[in-house]
Ligand binder design. Structure first.
Ligand SMILES: *[C@@H]1O[C@H](CO)[C@@H](O)[C@H](O)[C@H]1NC(C)=O
Ligand SMILES: *[C@@H]1O[C@H](CO)[C@@H](O)[C@H](O)[C@H]1NC(C)=O
Length: 235
């Protein structure tokens, strides 16, 4: 069995002849020699793993391409419908910006610090309270809920951190009528609830306390004429 293979191998070495030709010819002949020896190589049993890996690479590329195509197709298909918003960025729908990765927080071994006014203005949120006529600072213990109401006469911007917290914001563009996101215990977020939208903060952590600052751009005393209470029954 070794002999036929050996002889076929010697057939694949026409390149040795090129060393006797002039360098000019060598340049012009190299591609065709390369092709010939490559074809010979492919005919050899040794080429099988090589061909297999090429095949696998092509299969993988095809799969990736189809996957990409499906995703594009999905987006295009729903681009006019409400589902687009479900598939779009949840943070965007909930009007939330996570500050940890934004370079907004200055950090050292003592922990983080940041300018909340700059953070709120730079976050690209809608319905931001640009000035605070009224400020609330508070905590929410595990299992506690704050908000779940809708102010009709103020925009409210929140800074939230400290525990795993669910933030829910009324959003008619989302099928459920609201968008909600989970804020991790190590995350710091800025979010905004524009005038006339309901919001809720729920501490879903088993141990840690949620901390928040709420900035409202007009002074309101909560009553039934400016605020709807208990908007969501499931909270
Ligand atoms: C709330 O935001 C809206 C839109 O950005 C703005 O027109 C309004 O003046 C803000 N403040 C109040 C108290 O409505
Ligand atoms: C509710 O509070 C607002 C101030 O935010 C006040 O102007 C209004 O009179 C109050 N309404 C009732 C029914 O107490």
């Amino acid at each position: 069995m070794a002999n036929p293979r050996r002889s076929s191998y010697s057939n694949t070495l026409p390149l040795t002849n090129t060393s006797e030709t002039t360098s000019q010819q060598q340049v012009s002949q190299t591609p065709s020699h390369f092709t010939t020896s490559f074809i010979h190589f492919l005919k050899r049993p040794h080429a099988f793993p090589f061909l297999l890996s090429i095949f696998l690479l092509l299969a993988w590329l095809l799969f990736r391409f189809q996957h990409l195509n499906n995703n594009n197709h999905f987006t295009a298909y729903h681009s006019n419908g409400i589902n687009k918003w479900e598939k779009a960025n949840d943070d965007e729908n909930a009007n939330v910006r996570r500050l940890n990765s934004d370079g907004v927080l200055s950090r050292d071994k003592r922990g983080w610090m940041f300018n909340p006014v700059v953070a709120a203005n730079d976050a690209g949120l809608y319905g931001v309270a640009v000035s605070c006529a009224s400020v609330h600072v508070g905590q929410i213990r595990p299992g506690g809920v704050r908000g779940n109401h809708r102010h009709h006469t103020c925009n409210e911007t929140f800074l939230i951190w400290g525990a795993e917290t669910k933030f829910r914001l009324e959003n008619p563009r989302v099928a459920k009528g609201y968008a909600e996101v989970y804020i991790g215990a190590e995350e710091v977020t800025v979010s905004s609830s524009p005038r006339g939208t309901a919001h809720a903060l729920v501490n879903v952590d088993s141990l840690r306390t949620t901390y928040f600052i709420g900035c409202q751009d007009s002074i309101i005393t909560y009553n039934s004429s400016n605020t709807d209470f208990k908007v969501w029954k499931d909270l």
